[in-house]
Design a protein around this ligand. Structure first.
Ligand SMILES: [Zn+2]
Length: 63
């Protein structure tokens, strides 16, 4: 398995039984954060938090 963590990269929540989120470069994003990302606007106070979290993933070297 290439997945090295099942805790959400954004909120650190562990993967829920029976629910599947998103995997980016082997980093798990829970369904809740995935939904937030989809609905985020640049005016959202949490926007920077999520974008910063995603940038951490993008800046990591690929496997
Ligand atoms: Zn999450």
């Amino acid at each position: 398995m290439a997945v090295n963590s099942s805790a959400c990269i954004l909120c650190r929540r562990f993967q829920w039984d029976g629910k599947h989120g998103l995997y980016l470069k082997g980093h798990y994003i829970c369904p809740e954060c995935e939904a937030k990302l989809v609905s985020l606007s640049k005016n959202d106070p949490n926007y920077e938090t999520y974008i910063t979290g995603l940038k951490k993933i993008w800046s990591m070297p690929g496997a």
